[in-house]
Design a protein around this ligand. Structure first.
Ligand code: UD1
Ligand code: MG
Length: 447
């Protein structure tokens, strides 16, 4: 049976107290929406429909960033969850498989849970994801009749007896596309909130002789984000879980609680990650590489045997080949460093290619930006860049070439040549001593 996703992301999330729509707030470097989409993506959905409303253009952009094939449905007014799902009808035209409905603000649903829901569809027309709430608060309550779900009652419409139920609705629902839209057509808004409740489809289905069932998960899994405090707590939950997974997968974390991962960070077995390392989006670290303390990495690849840091920053487009060394206070951006290259101290390498076993001296800067455009620097294999060299791009330093310390290199240096570009030193005998005496005399006169 094929599956499609409908992800509800039209709400503003007023309790976030933000200009940004709620689903674009980030956990682990990725919008909440991307987390929900990624969880659903493991079902290999045929179609993915994201229902947008508040800041629709921005939300649609984030959806397409995560999945370029995502279909966007627009809900101009937020009249309730059933109304939101109804907006996906056109995008699901001609589709006849199952539909899983997710919320864009619920980032932690596990793929295994969604699989279990699809399996339960063999027994029920509608499958609801429920959870046993420690504090059921304002969640919709699942009213069971034996092992079947009889109906869902929203908190505002529930009586005391129903409010005492702790089995709650997560919002995740699975049914067939055909049934979904037939049932939604029958939903009205005669309730406490005057909204079209998606949850009403359960009782409507029952009246039509269709059964609904419940699959349960932990409360942590269905955690929805409504406030900044919940966002921070969710970040902590994500990080704790990801650190535990990394340790489990054979990654050494010296101080796990100080390492921060992105949603898509990939770290190989036997990599060593020191304290206070932050992984932004798009980082892969191969087996056996070492990231030492206080590094910040984003959009980069670190190969086997490479050692990075302490105190290094790898920005997007950085590729470190095997056994590369990037040391303290080094920034690398959009640059490929071939095997065995060394950039050990106080250096900026941007828009560059560094050949294998090249050695970049302390204080080297690739001057890649002229204020308008970016230019490339090419450094050949086994080149030796003297300390404090300014490489004014576009410029090429050949293989086995050398630059003199303190040079400002503006012209290409052929293979094996020495490029030196600095004022020649003058030495004046005795002048140092005389200069100091004169300065001390001036100071004494001033009192
Ligand atoms: C909903 C459920 C409730 C469940 C709870 C779980 C209904 C009627 N109630 O209640 O049973 O326990 O979620 O968190 O479904 N949305 C739209 N368009 C709308 C309305 C909502 O896109 O017109 C989106 C929201 O952005 C949000 C999600 O749907 O992502 C849920 O909406 P929300 O208003 O939070 O529903 P609850 O009242 O929490
Ligand atoms: Mg809610």
């Amino acid at each position: 049976m094929s599956v499609s996703l409908v992800i509800l992301a039209a709400g503003l999330g007023s309790r976030m107290n933000s200009e940004l729509p709620k689903v674009l707030h980030r956990i682990a470097g990725a919008p909440l929406l991307a987390h929900a989409m990624r969880a659903g993506a493991t079902l290999e959905p045929e179609r993915v429909v994201v229902v947008t409303g508040h800041e629709a253009a921005k939300v649609a952009q984030a959806a397409r960033m995560e999945n370029p094939d995502a279909l966007i449905a627009h809900q101009a007014e937020q009249l309730g969850t059933a109304h939101a799902v109804a907006q996906a009808r056109a995008a699901l035209e001609g589709y006849s498989g199952d539909v899983v409905i997710l919320y864009g603000d619920t980032p932690f649903i596990r793929p295994e849970t969604l699989e279990a829901m699809l399996e339960a569809r063999a027994r029920h027309a509608i499958v609801i994801l429920g959870f046993d709430a420690a504090d059921p608060g304002r969640y919709g309550r699942l009213v069971m009749a034996g092992d079947r779900l009889d109906r869902i009652v929203e908190y505002n419409d529930a009586n005391d007896q129903e409010r005492a139920i702790t089995l709650c609705n997560s919002g995740v629902i699975c049914t067939s596309a055909e049934q979904l839209f037939e049932l939604i057509d029958a939903v009205d808004n005669k309730n406490a909130k005057g909204e079209y409740y998606l949850t009403d489809i359960v009782a409507i289905a029952r009246d039509r002789g269709l059964s609904a069932g419940v699959v349960t998960c932990s409360e942590a899994e269905t955690l929805g984000i409504n406030t900044r405090a919940e966002l921070a707590a969710a970040e902590a939950t994500f990080q704790a879980r990801t650190r535990a997974e990394a340790l489990e997968n054979g990654v050494t974390l010296t101080a796990p609680e100080t390492v921060f991962f992105a949603l898509d960070t990939i770290i190989g077995r036997d990599a060593i990650i020191g304290p206070n390392v932050v992984f932004g989006p798009g980082v892969t670290v191969e087996s056996g590489a070492e990231i030492r303390a206080f590094c910040d990495l984003e959009g980069c690849h670190v190969s086997r045997g490479a050692v990075v840091g302490p105190f290094a920053r790898l920005r997007p487009g950085t590729e470190l080949a095997e056994d590369v060394r990037v040391g303290n206070f080094v920034e690398v951006k959009n640059a490929i460093l071939d095997a065995g290259a060394k950039v050990n101290h106080l250096t900026y390498i941007g828009d560059a290619h560094v050949g294998e076993h090249a050695n970049i001296g302390a204080g080297t800067v690739t001057c890649n930006y002229d204020g308008v455009m970016k230019h490339r620097t090419e450094i050949g294999a086994h080149a030796f860049i003297g300390s404090d060299t300014m490489l004014v791009a576009p410029v090429r330093v050949g293989a086995n070439a050398v630059t003199g310390t303190g040079s400002v290199i503006t012209e290409d240096i052929p293979d094996g040549a020495l490029g030196i570009a600095r004022a020649r030193q003058e030495t004046k005998p005795g002048l140092g001593l005389r200069l100091m005496e004169r300065l001390r005399a001036i100071k004494a006169r001033k009192g």
